[in-house]
Design a protein. Structure first.
Length: 616
């Protein structure tokens, strides 16, 4: 029996968070398509991108294409079997369309309603063989199930805290010589895992290795996209800190800095105390201190700024920086009975980390772990260790808390400002909760789960459906959630709810994002083989006509002409437009019939002279 082969099929679906033009540009770069070829991919029809692939090859190509924002589907190719030749059957007579019942000779499409017979039969077979996905279970606030079934966010948080405890336990267990031995042995264990994984999955070992390593030497947030906007405030703060350190601070008298610009100043007076509460956030004790802080600011600041906006981000950065400094001064006075003199941006950055913990609690962060042992100093290759951001920020908070109490126990007043970090992070968490940023985070988390379910990126369909329902309960006008839930509910054939969601989403998209409306309508029409609201469908016909897709434009208009309830003013526009499209398709006789119908029905129309001219 021949090996099973697969093909990659693209239906025009976009990944969550991607814009149409962004995906087109990404595909053009990755696949080296010319622009007409890229535009053809978004015609709304199923397009096979690659065929004859093994399962491992198909998964590898899909992973690369998913990163462009184009959702492709892996579908099995039919296995061809040699059979004895048979005589070709005669065309059936007395054939009726399975949808509208119109009698006609056997053909590919219906003369009356225009459906493609093979597609219609395939949809019906899918619906019979695989039942539609069951409606989601009780929501987070509904009765039924255990406590964590009804309180999914609490379950998510509990898992994060359990991970923190597990990491602290392992860290304690592997302390000292055992940790050093594990560090030396790790490269061998890792490469052994790569070989075993490649052997069991059938993938190339180098491809498996590429999925698990990174050349980025610092921690970063996974899944962030450039299209979400340039974070000018974060980059501006980094630039200002660098310019102040290398352009001003290292040239100034250290005593002048300590007397006036540390917080608190060594020589406090009426002007330098309030000024130093801000200047301390832009001063650093050395190059290592500066660059360590800037890396952390880049890691968390860019993610937070994209979600809360530049103005709010800058305000919260400064406010949490002030709160961190004052918290440090108070803690220093209580624990050491001494005056604090500190500098650095780490208090404000800790505040941003606190905001991150509330607004982006669901995000995964990649923590680079060197896999070549001491040789990583020469070749910076690291293992991608993916951890929930709450785990990483929680570990930093506990580390600062532990360091602060250690300073108190040992009477150490210098070094790292652990209490400043603790104050900044607590201030960030408090402000984020006060501004209800967590509500936005919950919605985004469920959108991410739904997107992974639609694209086959790890979440199952039932989980994705449930998350999208939660997102829609929180925001009934969430277009992305509507479309993704419609796709899930329509995956195995038409469903009443799936069709309604498609129609609602298309009606909203046609006004704001017309290109996406076209793609969504093509998906909807492929499955449901029926129209939507007359006004929306007429506008879609115009969009298809503008882009030169006359076939889809005609499919949009034809059902409207059969609608007996269509108002006369709208019927006038539809009839004239449909005649023009038939003319453009080269169907002169059919176009003439509709022009004649238009002339007879609307003699007072402004388009009457044009229709008469075409008939002449």
């Amino acid at each position: 029996m021949p090996d099973k082969r697969y093909k990659l099929v693209f239906y025009g679906q976009l990944g969550y968070g991607f814009e149409l033009e962004e995906v087109k540009t990404n595909l053009q770069k990755l696949c080296r398509f010319d622009r007409p070829r890229v535009e053809q991919l978004f015609s709304g029809r199923a397009m096979t991108l690659k065929s004859g692939l093994t399962e491992a090859e198909a998964k590898r190509y899909k992973a690369a294409l998913d990163r462009t924002g184009a959702i492709v589907h892996i579908e099995p190719m039919p296995t061809h079997v040699q059979v004895a030749p048979q005589s070709k059957p005669e065309p059936a007579s007395g054939f009726e369309c399975p949808k509208c019942g119109f009698p006609q000779e056997a053909a590919l499409t219906c003369m009356q309603c225009g459906i493609v017979f093979e597609k219609y039969r395939r949809l019906q077979a899918r619906q019979e063989e695989q039942p539609a996905i069951a409606a989601s279970g009780p929501g987070p606030d509904e009765e039924g199930g255990g406590y964590f079934t009804r309180h999914r966010e609490q379950a998510f948080l509990l898992k994060a805290f359990a991970m923190i405890v597990a990491i602290l336990f392992v860290r304690q267990f592997l302390s000292g010589g055992l940790l050093f031995f594990a560090f030396l042995l790790f490269p061998v264990l890792f490469l052994t895992y790569i070989r075993l994984h490649a052997a069991t999955s059938g993938e190339n070992p180098s491809d498996v290795l590429a999925q698990h390593i990174t050349f980025m030497p610092v921690m970063y947030t996974e899944g962030e996209r450039k299209k979400e906007g340039t974070t000018w405030v974060t980059y501006g703060l980094i630039a200002v800190n660098i310019l102040i350190f290398y352009g001003i601070e290292i040239r100034m008298d250290p005593q002048v800095l300590a007397d006036n610009y540390f917080f608190l100043p060594h020589a406090p007076n009426a002007w330098n105390v309030p000024v130093s509460s801000f200047t301390t956030m832009f001063l650093h004790a050395g190059g290592g201190h500066l660059w360590g802080n800037m890396i952390f600011l880049w890691t968390v600041g860019t993610v937070v700024e994209r979600r809360i906006g530049a103005g709010k981000f800058l305000a919260l950065y400064l406010v949490t920086g002030l709160a961190a400094s004052f918290f440090g001064v108070v803690a220093h006075r209580i624990f050491f009975d001494a005056t604090l003199h500190a500098l650095g941006a780490s208090g404000a950055i800790a505040g941003v980390m606190g905001i991150f913990a509330v607004r982006c609690y669901f995000k995964s962060m990649v923590f680079p772990l060197p896999i070549l042992g001491i040789f990583s100093l020469i070749l910076p290759i690291s293992l991608k260790v993916r951890l929930n951001s709450l785990v990483i920020i929680g570990l930093f908070f506990l580390g600062d808390l532990s360091g602060g109490f250690s300073q108190v126990a040992n009477g150490v007043t210098g070094g790292v400002g652990h209490w400043i970090h603790v104050g900044g992070m607590l201030a960030g968490v408090a402000l984020a909760m006060l501004l209800r940023l967590g509500d936005q985070a919950v919605e985004e988390r469920h959108m991410d789960v739904g997107a992974r379910a639609v694209s086959g990126g790890g979440a199952n369909l039932e989980e994705g459906e449930e998350s999208l329902r939660i997102a829609l309960r929180r925001n009934p006008n969430n277009l992305e959630a509507m479309l993704m839930l419609a796709r899930i509910l329509s995956k195995f054939g038409p469903s009443e709810e799936g069709g309604e969601l498609y129609r609602r989403a298309i009606a909203m998209l046609v006004r704001s994002r017309p290109q996406e409306a076209k793609i969504a309508f093509c998906q909807y029409h492929e499955i449901y083989l029926q129209g939507i609201d007359a006004e929306v469908q007429y506008r879609l016909a115009g969009l298809f006509h503008q882009d030169g897709d006359l076939e889809m434009a005609s499919r949009c208009l034809e059902p409207l002409l059969k609608d007996g309830q269509l108002p006369a003013a709208q019927r006038e526009k539809v009839l004239f437009q449909y005649a023009r499209i038939l003319d453009g398709l080269g169907l002169a006789e059919a176009a003439a019939d509709y022009y004649r119908m238009f002339v007879e029905s609307f003699p007072d129309s402004v388009h009457f002279p044009k229709a008469r001219a075409r008939l002449a």
